[in-house]
Design a binder for this molecule. Structure first.
Ligand code: SF4
Ligand code: SF4
Length: 369
């Protein structure tokens, strides 16, 4: 019998509106953090003469390498480093979300992912009008380009995990790490022509090809893709009731051939649930626990990602590991020479500290904290 004749219509409500609301709230939160941070920088620029404006700890969410170092430091020393404690908890929250719900941070909270999605939607409308179809990159080129983000991740992870606890402590306590958020602020506030051109090119490429930055270049996304593979929640297709309409694959922003697999096990799946929403047949495409037929309600994903993020960052706030204890006068002093603060460690510095650490000898270089 023709499968299309015995369709049990999917009447599940789409979750995309809720996802859009969550993305918007997090984007607004980031904008709010940006405004607060600009006021903090203005306070530093006035040498403390202007009205005091506190530094928002949420800005540390934009320092993933420092956060990765803090997590590693925690494992080797048992302590939470005091310079960017909020970054430590935000990083853990994002990894925690991916371990439970796959690479969900990218499609539910990341402001860059959100922007990338909006640009991608605009681009696809354009493609449909001009080319009458979605643009896809030749698959071998796609593989090659996707490997770039893993190479970047490997480079950062290798640099971090090859450091001894002494080298880590030195780096994390150095003025460079303390002022890294202020330096990042100036990078964007006084953006160079070259950086603007690079951002413009990325913007253009994201119109031409959906999620260009996320798919090919973001090392954070690469890390979440790997941890997301460990998640027990996977998109599963029932090949018996599936009518092979291909709508799921067409709706997938990550170009995954959902209609050709039983279980989606892809480092590119961001748990956006678009595919489930568009599937016209009831109980054919669902998020399920690996190894079981237990269906996970879409609302649990929405609620779960937010709850995990709030719970883990809330733990940081409640345990007093959120706002760092660096006095404003130290920031003002460091700000005076912010332009001359450079990366503190060459490879040979790290090697020296690693050797000193192995011998259990401090070599005289003292971290600030
Ligand atoms: S497979 Fe489904 S949940 Fe995963 S990215 Fe594609 S549309 Fe989103
Ligand atoms: S949307 Fe995908 S899973 Fe659902 S019926 Fe069509 S091909 Fe099958």
């Amino acid at each position: 019998m023709d499968k299309k004749k015995k369709i049990a219509k999917n009447t599940d409500k789409p979750i995309q509106k809720i996802r859009f609301i969550v993305q918007t709230i997090f984007a607004l939160l980031c904008i709010w953090i940006g405004i607060e941070f600009s006021q903090f920088v203005a306070y530093l620029e006035s040498n403390g003469a202007a009205e005091f404006s506190a530094r928002p700890p949420g800005v540390e969410g934009f320092l993933p390498i420092s956060a990765m170092m803090s997590v590693y430091y925690f494992f080797v020393s048992g302590n939470i480093h005091p310079v960017h404690p909020a970054g430590f908890f935000i990083f853990l929250a994002i990894i925690g979300m991916s371990l439970v719900f796959g690479k969900s941070f990218c499609s539910w909270m990341c402001p860059v992912g959100f922007l990338s999605e909006l640009i991608g939607d605009f681009g696809e409308q354009l493609h449909k009008k001009i080319f009458k179809r979605r643009i896809k990159i030749w698959k071998y080129l796609d593989y090659a380009l996707r490997s770039i983000k893993y190479l970047l991740l490997f480079f950062f992870a290798f640099s971090v995990f090859s450091m001894s606890s002494l080298a880590l402590e030195y780096f994390l306590g150095d003025t460079y790490n303390i002022m890294s958020d202020v330096k990042m602020w100036y990078f964007f506030a006084e953006i160079s022509r070259f950086s603007l051109i690079v951002i413009g090119i990325l913007f253009l490429f994201s119109i031409i090809y959906r999620n260009f930055w996320c798919r090919y270049l973001c090392p954070y996304g690469a890390l979440l893709g790997i941890t997301g593979l460990l998640s027990p929640a996977k998109i599963k297709r029932n090949p018996v009731s599936c009518i092979d309409c291909g709508l799921c694959a067409k709706a997938c922003p990550s170009f995954i051939k959902v209609d050709k697999v039983i279980t989606v096990r892809s480092d590119e799946c961001t748990s956006c649930l678009n595919c489930i929403d568009v599937c016209p047949v009831k109980d054919t495409l669902d998020l399920k626990l690996v190894g079981t037929e237990k269906k996970i309600d879409k609302k649990i994903v929405a609620f779960g990602v937010v709850l995990l993020f709030v719970a883990i960052t809330g733990l940081g706030i409640m345990t007093g590991n959120w706002q760092n204890k660096i006095p404003a006068k130290v920031y003002i002093e460091l700000h005076k020479s912010v332009n001359s603060i450079g990366h503190p460690m060459s490879t040979s510095d790290i090697e020296k500290l690693n050797k000193a650490s192995e011998k259990g000898v401090e070599n005289g270089t003292k971290p600030i904290h």
